[in-house]
Ligand binder design. Sequence first.
Ligand code: TRP
Length: 72
Amino acid sequence: MADSNDYIVIKADEDGVNVIGLTRGTDTRFHHSEKLDKNEMMIAQFTEHTSAIKIRGKATLQTAHGEMRNGE
Ligand code: TRP
C-alpha cells in the first residue's frame, strides 16, 4: 500500500526527459526541474515542499501504484 514517504523511480527512455517538482500549498508552481538523459534514473519522494511531480518525455515509472510508461 502507498505510504506517504514512498519513493518513486523514474527511468528516462530518451534524452531530455524532464522531471518537474511542483510546490505544496496554496501556490502551485514549479520549484525544480531535472533533466534526465536516456538510461538515467531519478529516485524521488513527495516531500513537505513537493506535492506533485510532472514528467515530460518517454520514461518508465515505478510507484506503489504500479509500473507505467509515459510517452509511448
Ligand atoms: N528540495 C525538494 C524537496 O525536498 C527536492 C525534491 C524532492 C524534488 N522530491 C522531488 C524535486 C521531486 C523534483 C521532483 O521537495
